[in-house]
Design a protein around this ligand. Sequence first.
Ligand code: NAP
Length: 364
Amino acid sequence: MQTTYNIGILGATGMVGQRFIQLLENHPWFRVTWLAASDRSSGKPYADAVRWKLDTPIPPSVAKLPVSPATPEQNPNGVPEIIFAALDTDIARDLEPRFAAAGCAVISNSSAFRMQADVPLVIPEVNADHLALIPQQNWNAPGKGVQKRGYIVTNPNCSAIGLVLALKPLAERFGLRSVFVSTMQAVSGAGYPGVPSLDILGNVVPFIRNEEEKLEAETRRLLGKLENSQVTPLDARVSAHCNRVAVEDGHTESVSIELASKPTREEILAAWREFQPLRANNLPTAPEQPVEYNPAEDRPQPRLDRMRGRGMAATVGRLRPCSLLDWKFTVLSHNTIRGAAGAALLNAELLASQGKLSPSGKTS
Ligand code: NAP
């Protein structure tokens, strides 16, 4: 018997919301039963509300679902107890706590609560132990007594995920002292309709608001230690340059690192190859090899490598000595799969496997 879970999606019509719907089609544990977006979409069947931008059709079971208003209070018949959230940060800051206060597990993509001390910022292969922060959360209004305890769990920024997957095995084995990273980020990372074509075609934009700050802070927190019920960020220097480039999907990052011990090239390759922390967990969306090394001299490339591990692997290449720090390499990951919807889905699978989600029933 397989336990099943009903899922609601907040921001279901956006770039990340669409990926959720695509990734959840035929998922063995989760099924989409409720969708919400802005007032513009509310009340319409999903297929009429969305500008569907993916290369697979809208799943028929979802196409006819109505888009609901995006607050628990406006849904008198209730909302699912598991909410995947893909909202802009300002909207998430208002709406996500309301769903958590209504008793929902909110699996969030937005940056609104990523750095809040009691909210786990998690990549399952990297810091699953940070989920132990959940019981510290209390989203209920003071004075209202004990109510249902919902919570928020977040996944990192789309450029932090690929970087941290590549860094974790090295930090663990060799100690990480400094990171210098320069990103080439896809236009889909800016949501829809995203960057105007006249700004990006034939061009590079060397600025993405708040992105460098997020990449630096989230990297240290993800690689940090949970001790005495709080996360101590990794004591390493991280310097990020973030650029928008005319690529549809897939963030590429040029990385230089300084390590505490001085491993050989073979030892670094072995650390990436042997990094399989979720091997025993049997999570449906987890890639077999979270960090794949591509030995070709001109890889990874977004068009050729972003779908490795069904869009969930980080592809690393061009490992070579660095004349400023110790080593340098290139890492690539899919920004709306591994960097967003797939990351949240994997967080939800991890939570389900730990008994932290409310099931809706069992199917054989
Ligand atoms: P998007 O394409 O702009 O979609 C935004 C979604 O939010 C739409 O469904 C929109 O509904 C809904 N929405 C807007 N205003 C709302 C309101 N007042 N109440 C309820 N819903 C509202 O954005 P996105 O790219 O999917 O990004 C969503 C979140 O994920 C952001 O926080 C982003 O930073 C984060 N993220 C994105 C990526 C990426 O690669 N794109 C990666 C990692 C994280 P309507 O269609 O009705 O307007």
